[in-house]
Design a protein around this ligand. Structure first.
Ligand code: G3P
Length: 214
């Protein structure tokens, strides 16, 4: 299972979470990665944890003030990037452009989507992975795998109809090892989560619990 921890703009210590994730990664078969804010990419990558960007823009080198260039994220140590997160939505053409920019920079891609129909559309753009996250469950602590298991199964089917090789993750409300196992049972190959770790009193313990049953 791929466990991708999005730190969003939560006021956690990104390096402390990254070090905890790196240490837990060494104890499990699960693949763990951390997606900090762009300004923290370099410090997080220096811990040795697999580091992801939260977003890249559909741009190339040039006059793009305030944008995030995929090559800059890669230079800072990112090996992958989220695209079209529910909190950083893009137009379809820009999702496509961001995937191409990430590919150009050698970044792995996970395109987020709200529902199975959008997952099908996202898979058609040929990212490495798609992630279904019902926005109404994000940050609630109610796991998508329990609250809406059909959306995960339907997303897996929708992605497979378009591209049998695309990886499907799910997210929203995932915070325990039980939630991760439920996500796997529904056909997902990984989870995308944030508050369960970034807002935990003890992120290292929360991470250990997440991968314990894997
Ligand atoms: O990117 C992860 C995400 O949006 C889910 O957030 O806090 O429900 O785990 P959370």
């Amino acid at each position: 299972m791929f466990v991708l921890i999005n730190l969003k703009t939560y006021p956690c210590d990104p390096v402390a979470v990254a070090e905890a994730a790196r240490d837990v990664d060494e104890t499990t078969d699960a693949r763990i990665a951390v997606a900090p804010q762009a300004t923290h990419l370099e410090r997080v990558a220096e811990t040795g944890v697999e580091t992801w960007a939260q977003h890249v823009d559909p741009i190339d080198y040039g006059s793009n003030t305030g944008h995030t260039l995929a090559e800059a994220a890669a230079d800072a140590g990112a090996v992958g990037t989220l695209i079209n997160h529910s909190e950083r939505r893009l137009k379809l053409a820009d999702v496509d452009g961001a995937i191409r920019a990430a590919e150009r920079a050698g970044l792995e891609t996970v395109v987020c989507a709200n529902n199975p129909a959008q997952i099908g559309a996202a898979a058609a753009l040929a990212p490495d992975a798609v992630a279904v996250e019902p926005p109404e469950l994000i940050g609630t602590g109610t796991p998508v795998s329990q609250a809406d298991p059909d959306v995960v199964e339907d997303a897996v089917d929708a992605a497979a109809r378009v591209d049998e090789d695309v990886t499907v993750l799910c997210g929203a409300g995932i915070s325990t090892g039980e939630d991760v196992v439920a996500a796997a049972d529904l056909g997902s190959s990984g989870v995308l989560l944030a508050s369960g770790v970034a807002k935990a009193d003890d992120p290292a313990a929360a991470l250990a619990d997440l991968v314990e049953p894997l």
